[in-house]
Design a protein around this ligand. Structure first.
Ligand code: SLL
Length: 149
């Protein structure tokens, strides 16, 4: 659609909690984490996002994880931080190329929580980004889909 721009917002990022006492003795994993893509205010994004792939560090089995329906997220355990490539595929009718976002998986608090006290041991660490995906001159069909919600 000539001269039309459509924008849709999303959040992506991770939450991580220390395994603490739950730590399995036969592993060096220290944290449980979830990497996710979701709508702002938890809005449904599955009507315009078809699937999301999360590219994990190669130390993970099957590092390329494909999620074809919501929630678009992967939960794992591990010991280290690394960059995750998040590739977002849009509805087939869009003809849009997938978009790749990069997220540095955060397990450790880099700062205190503003109280000057050490970060509480069991408090989850979160790292999220807000982004807006801009569709320039979307197809008529995709434009209709974007208006649905
Ligand atoms: C580092 N550059 O050295 C990073 C790599 C990789 C983390 C971190 C794998 C766990 C598993 C895991 O936690 N990898 O083997 O299943 O800090």
């Amino acid at each position: 659609m000539k001269g039309t721009v459509a924008t849709r917002a999303l959040y992506y990022g991770n939450v991580a909690t220390p395994l603490g006492g739950k730590k399995a003795s036969d592993s060096d994993h220290t944290h449980k984490w979830t990497i996710l893509v979701r709508g702002v205010n938890n809005e449904d994004i599955s009507f315009w996002i078809k699937k999301v792939t999360f590219r994990l560090h190669e130390t993970y089995p099957n590092p390329q994880r494909t999620i074809e329906q919501p929630p678009f997220e992967v939960t794992e355990t591990g010991w280290g931080e690394f960059e995750i490539a998040i590739k977002i595929y849009f509805h087939t009718a869009s003809g849009e190329k997938p978009v790749t976002l990069y997220h540095h998986l955060r397990l450790h608090p880099y700062e205190d929580d503003g109280t000057g006290q050490p970060w509480p041991k069991d408090k989850p660490v979160t790292s999220f980004n807000y982004d807006e995906i801009v569709f320039n001159e979307p197809t008529e069909a995709f434009y209709q889909i974007l208006q649905e919600n």
